[in-house]
Design a protein around this ligand. Sequence first.
Ligand SMILES: [Zn+2]
Length: 504
Amino acid sequence: MTKRFVIALIKHETNTFSPIATPLLAFGHGNGPYYGGEAGAAFAGSNTPFAAFLDIARREGAEAITPIAAESWPSNMATRATFEALLQPLEAAVRAGCDACFLDLHGAMVVEGCDDAEGEILRRVRRIRPELPIAVALDYHTNLSADIVANATVITGYKTYPHVDMYDAGLLAGDILARSLRDQVLPVMAWGWLPLVASVMRHAPEDGPSGDILAYARAMEKSGRVLAATLLPGFPHADTPYTGVSAVVVADAGADVDVDGAKAAAQEVCERMLAIAWERRAEYVFHQQPLEQSVARARALGASRQNGPILLIDHCDNCGSGGAQDVMLVAEEILRQELDDVAIAPIRDPQAVAQMVEAGIGNNVNLELGGKTDMPAIGLAGRPLQLAGRVRNITDGEIVFTGPMYTGLKSHLGRTAVLDTGRAQIVVTERHHEPFDLVIFRHCGIEPTKKRFIMLKSRIHYRAGFKPIAAHIVECAGAGVTNADLSGYRYRKLTRPIYPLDAM
Ligand SMILES: [Zn+2]
């Protein structure tokens, strides 16, 4: 009989300090979740775990049932009603009968009344079918809980940041589960957690201890000692008891290995990964320079001819981690120090877009740009920047990614307008979007490789598209809910003591 695989995607990275709400419509990047066949069609062939799960179903000759694919940009927690609306199609599909479940989840989702949404999703599926084989692919920024591990058969995660191996992580989890359904492997898991909040600005493999830990994980997978070894550096902007650095390892207890031996191998690899993270925990702390100095450094670099643009990274207000994307501090300093030939993307400001659309291409406008969002959780009031300029372009904001991240997926910026102030061309959008693909500029007629300076509201993901074209990168500490200085957040739920907030 044809096997039935339930394949679903429910993903949200929740910044519990974010001023941005998360209604059901936010899933689908503004258009709401995809359901049924639409979900399969939207993600097939993309660089996502969901697409890998679809390919595995096809390979195994199984029927793929895709009740829901729902992904939102990071923001604050969804309501309980929204969460139930996301869960309901998945629960109905499992209840209707299936042989296995493949879930593309984030791992740092918090919802109203629940600090561990992924644990709750998995608990609810297992409540319907206690023995159901479940494969889960998680984001690198997962805050792992005991409930997630206890209610899954196989767990993997991304090994890159920017996340350019999402498909591979799905393929690994899905393949192990598919082989277990054919009795070729018997997966067992071990996991561990550290009281360590690692700054996201130090998560990339080339920046801190993660690179060496990932190299060890890959070597252990390649040697066959374990089936999958995953490092999860966590998401420090979600205030939960599970927030921290963790690891999860899958080993094979089939064939000539006994269950205890496989568990011991998984445990040993997991402990080694976490030992490296703990020994080198000081390297996970990000030290930032005052904004004025960073912009002056970029200006000095730009004084001589460069082999490509100089990137100024406005990392404290990154919508890709829950930022409002309208804090104008870094842009203001760039203009104050009179940097020339600058492209900026993107500022989210629907009001300013409306004004520019009203004025029309080629006409002059006077705007109060950005600064529309108050951030009570960090005591920051919105402050717009008064700017005069010409409307250089207006687009519908419909883009397709061609760079290495989310390759092949569509995104919707909403109406988009370019303000030209003379020194700077500023891309202003109706919706949130982290710039990780050159299309953010090119779709509205700006060629990023030709600019002297580029300011991006991003932390690490910009590297996917922009690092290859950059001559230099200067990180600029503005303000916002993705500030890398973790001592500024009023945490209430973190497990204490925790490094580096407490002496350890
Ligand atoms: Zn992530």
